[in-house]
Design a binder for this molecule. Sequence first.
Ligand code: SAH
Ligand code: SF4
Ligand code: F3S
Length: 444
Amino acid sequence: MKKYYIKTFGCQMNVYDSQRIASILEHLGLKAASSPRAADLIILNTCHIREKAAEKVFSDLGRLELLRQERLEKGLSTIIGVVGCVVQAEDEQIAKRAPYVDFALGPLAYHRLPEVLAKLGRTRGETIIDTEFPVESKFDFLPPNNTSSGCAFLAVQEGCNNFCTYCVVPYTRGIETSRPVEDVLCEARGLVARGAVELNLLGQNVNSYHGKDSSGKERSLAYLLNKLNEIDGLKRLRYTTSYPADMADELIACHKNISKLMPYLHLPVQSGSDKILKAMNRRHTAGQYLEIIAKLREANPLLGFSSDFIVGFPGETDADFEATLDLVKKVGFIQAFSFKYSRRPGTPAALMPGQIEEKVKKQRLDILQNLLFSGQLNFNKETVGKIVPVLFETGGRHAGQLTGRTPYMQNLHAELGREYLNKIVNVRVTGATVNSLTGQKEGK
Ligand code: SAH
Ligand code: SF4
Ligand code: F3S
């Protein structure tokens, strides 16, 4: 029996895509390998969002080629494939810098994998590259999602029309598309039947979801959440990532009305300076962002927010950066992801004047992260002594330990047997650091 190994970089959408690719391969009779060394087919699912992410792919490919030669000496052949956002953006580079790659498929074309693998069997040599944005939806051609996990991802929307001036996503994932309501519900029921108690709906711009229902009428994310809320056995709902300007009132109301929706929202703001937000082509000001947060808090006072930030965008002055720190203090994020601006080829910001020195970017990132981490630590510390429901997802750092998530997406480690995997357990929190909590199961 042939074995496969998939290594995933990047965002949750890539994690989901890798699961769907695994489903395709299992459908074809392959089994998962425990390491690349044991695999006959190795796939890298790649991310292009920042320079570092994209460069990692090429260093990994170099190592894989060595591994392929080692296996060849033992008489074993290996197929190496690349999928994901780097393929879409740098297909020619892949063919040039890593000519030994057998195939490269863009993020919208991986449903063609069976065809590509069959072709490889016939013709070895040239890299097969497919980076077209297909007219068909890959979802119509994929075998059912056979992932078994207590906490499952489900892509409902893909692509982005926002064209933030720093971002490659509209070029790698294409323009926005939404999956039909019935497709989503069907996949959701399947995932729940396979053990999911939590569903995390994914999209690059998930809150602009506008999939068609069976009568052809376009429906919103709020409609979808209400439908999913009715699924028996499903306990938790989340959605990510949302664009602030698209937080419709109807969706905000879901945070009051939908019992299964977790009290946590990732709502990237990027900067607190209106000048920079405008240069980024974001359709919101800092003030409008704060108004949206206020509306959400009115709908559910227990909501906790997380966000993404970019420091050192072209033209960012000390005063612009101060405005970001100000916004952070006003909102009090419970988690956040912050990055130094990375100049991406082909995006408008890469050509803007006023590019910021690396040293300044680093200083600003340190200051911002200190502020964000202290907020996060305070929030985590406030949880100590409380009893919280935790969904345990994976084995912990050592045997006898499990790791799970609280409603606020905090990682929590507890001494628990594997029988509690994929279950929601009431846990008394005993300790907190900036990145995780520890706790003990309540009662017997
Ligand atoms: N669709 C999501 C996620 C986009 S990528 C959204 O709109 O929020 C995730 C994060 O990466 C972004 O929110 C942004 O903060 C960061 N990012 C994107 N392009 C970047 C770049 N060129 N340099 C640094 N960070 C970037
Ligand atoms: Fe990129 Fe902006 Fe779209 Fe997010 S909203 S994916 S940052 S273009
Ligand atoms: Fe990276 Fe593509 Fe996701 S560029 S962040 S893998 S959409």
